[in-house]
Design a protein around this ligand. Sequence first.
Ligand SMILES: C[S@@+](CC[C@H](N)C(=O)[O-])C[C@H]1O[C@@H](n2cnc3c(N)ncnc32)[C@H](O)[C@@H]1O
Length: 161
Amino acid sequence: MNHALFQSDRQDWETPQRLFDKLDAEFHFTHDVCALPKNAKCRSYFTPREDGLLQDWKGVCWMNPPYGKEIEKWMQKAFFESTRGVTVVCLVPARTDTEWWHKYALQGEIRFLRGRLKFQGADATAPFPSAVVVFRDQWWKRRQSDDRRQSAAKRRKEATV
Ligand SMILES: C[S@@+](CC[C@H](N)C(=O)[O-])C[C@H]1O[C@@H](n2cnc3c(N)ncnc32)[C@H](O)[C@@H]1O
């Protein structure tokens, strides 16, 4: 078993190029939202210096996030950005028992990958299954929640007069 893949200190497991190319042919990615110059999959990308979590995302984004505890923040951000009109395709471990999976992954289109991935540069295949989660442009969800917020504010105002 490859114990290195369980370590949360190694978070830069690079997407296998063949998998990325296949998805890129379908989605035509414009930005890699978490990367380093040496592993970026698109010409436009954010590194820890810009902090992808603090940026506004655009277009069609590729996200293979750090696999540590902060994966929930990345999934939350990916889902949120889809409500702003961005499509985000995420490569994540298929941890179907986690909070983030239930809160966010289940809101996307899930493609479970057959077999185990051999991440670029790894000696062995990963000891966990992977999935691709697609959050398509869901701008209308933001509109719905904005409408709900406005109606609630209106009701509160009416109740106080
Ligand atoms: C699993 S690797 C993915 C690398 C590459 N994008 C790919 O698909 O192969 C995650 C990358 O996110 C970068 N990263 C970590 N925190 C980040 C942050 N706050 N903003 C942008 N990138 C970050 C890491 O340096 C690492 O290179």
